[in-house]
Design a protein around this ligand. Structure first.
Ligand code: ADP
Ligand code: MG
Length: 440
């Protein structure tokens, strides 16, 4: 039998959700090999299918097409050699930290005495000695996360899968826990043979992983697979570290498509509805002002997160928004202001609103919303009507957030008003008529 060190292999894996005109390709033709000894991260914008891919790897979900091989055998059903750690750990609140671990050991048939000893040992591995008898509510977020890790570890998984395990933690706890996980992994104190971690944090990926697999959306697919050849412990200020961060940023931010694809469709039209990036308009203005004030109105994207003091994922949302609105353009890891973006940055509030309004009116989602409202009785529209339409296109949570963002942007641009108490969209006298004609 041919021997290789593949732990996991995905061959032409595709995931399709829904059917008919709701058919949505979440992942298209993914091919991926994870070898023994590798720490692989999956990186990409939200919605590109990272969590879906992770669930497929863990066998929690069967792909619509393609094959999953685990140590060269086709995987059917839940992968018994994998454990999955989610962003927020679902600990049993009525059990202590130690009992939360013991229960996993019990399902694996470990006898009582060994269960107790092993649970105590595992907890001390992550520095939780003394907290064995604490209930989840008595632990900090970081500590609960550790219990979650230990619980995944207790199953002694060959393949440890993690879905954004640090993103719900505050900065310091996240950094501490990253260090502890790396220490466990690099020292071989855990039997785990490979790690697959989903993250949207570029620095985190470069800090921890041996390989970075980059995904893009529309449809979700793998677009790059980079090796990280830096020795541990890695230094975030090391030029090689920064060069790699820069490279990943360029891959992620440089994928602009022609405008008609980029802008997406309106709900009810054929094609994908493009989600509005969830950003605060003040931050968008801040980014444009920053660019307006620097030489050439051009910046290296990877430096921006630090300069603007925002998290890298949020920065990518901001960049997506300014591109979508035509305020800036991205090429090869650089972002620069367009003349329109410059106009916005240098204008007073009233002019800013107008510039913003002309751009917002071009977005298919807004065009649709405005058309619906104009056609509605008394030109009033219940939030629920919009929600139900958006729910056909987005996850319920995402549909809610799309509405929030549309309300914020619409209010800022003064193209649409919203009554929070009655949960109704309406026009008020000051609202602009810029969006009036069907074709802008
Ligand atoms: P990520 O983790 O990269 O944010 P996901 O894997 O959660 O992405 O989702 C990828 C896409 O598939 C998203 O557009 C999401 O709305 C959609 N999606 C995920 N799960 C389902 C599902 N169970 N039914 C329908 N669509 C889904
Ligand atoms: Mg996800």
């Amino acid at each position: 039998m041919p021997k290789n060190n593949h732990i996991l292999e995905l061959r032409n894996v595709s995931q399709i959700y829904g059917s008919g005109n709701q058919r949505f390709v979440a992942i298209k033709n993914a091919n991926l090999v994870i070898n023994e000894g590798e720490f692989v991260t999956l990186l990409g914008p939200s919605g590109c299918g990272k969590s879906t891919l992770l669930r497929i790897v863990a066998g929690l979900q069967q792909p619509s097409e393609g094959v999953v091989l685990y140590r060269d055998k086709t995987l059917l059903g839940v992968n018994p050699h994998a454990a999955i750690v989610f962003q927020t750990f679902a600990l049993f609140p009525w059990l202590t930290a130690q009992q939360n671990i013991e229960i996993v050991l019990k399902t694996r048939g470990v006898p009582l005495k060994q269960r107790v000893a092993r649970a105590i040992e595992l907890l001390s591995l992550v520095g939780l000695d003394g907290f064995e008898n604490a209930y989840p509510r008595e632990l900090s977020g970081g500590m609960r996360q550790k219990v979650g890790f230990v619980r995944a570890m207790a199953t002694e998984p060959e393949l440890l899968c993690m879905d954004e395990p640090f993103s719900a933690l505050d900065v310091l706890s996240a950094e501490a826990l990253r260090g502890e996980l790396l220490e466990l992994w690099l020292s071989g104190k855990i039997p785990t043979q490979a790690i697959l971690m989903v993250t949207h944090n570029i620095e985190e990926a470069v800090f921890m992983a041996d390989r970075i697999v980059v995904m893009e959306k529309g449809p979700g697919r793998i677009v790059a697979d980079l090796k990280v050849d830096l020795p541990h412990p890695r230094q975030r200020r090391d030029p090689n570290f920064l060069a790699l961060v820069d490279q990943v940023y360029s891959i992620l931010a440089g994928q602009t498509q022609p405008e008609h694809i980029e802008m997406g469709a309106a709900p009810g039209e054929p094609g994908r509805v493009r989600a509005l990036p969830h950003i605060i308009i003040n931050d968008l203005a801040g980014l444009l002002e920053y660019l307006d004030n620097i030489h050439d109105n051009r910046a290296d994207i990877y430096r921006l997160a630090g300069e603007l003091r925002v998290d890298s994922n949020y920065l990518l949302h901001l960049i997506e928004a300014v591109e979508l609105l035509g305020f800036a353009t991205v090429t090869q890891g650089d972002i620069y202001l367009t003349p329109l973006g410059k106009t916005f940055a240098e204008a007073d509030l009233l002019t800013r609103r107008k510039v913003f309004a002309t751009r917002v009116c071009r977005l298919p989602l807004f065009r649709w919303l405005l058309d619906m409202l104009r056609a509605a009785h008394k030109q009033e529209l219940e939030r629920d009507v919009i929600y139900m339409a958006l729910e056909l296109q987005f996850h319920p949570e995402e549909a809610k957030r799309q509405i929030e963002t549309a309300i914020n942007w619409g209010r800022y641009a003064k193209v649409i008003s919203y009554d929070d108490i009655n949960e109704m969209f309406y026009f008020q006298p000051g609202d602009t008529t810029l969006c009036n004609s069907e074709k802008n």
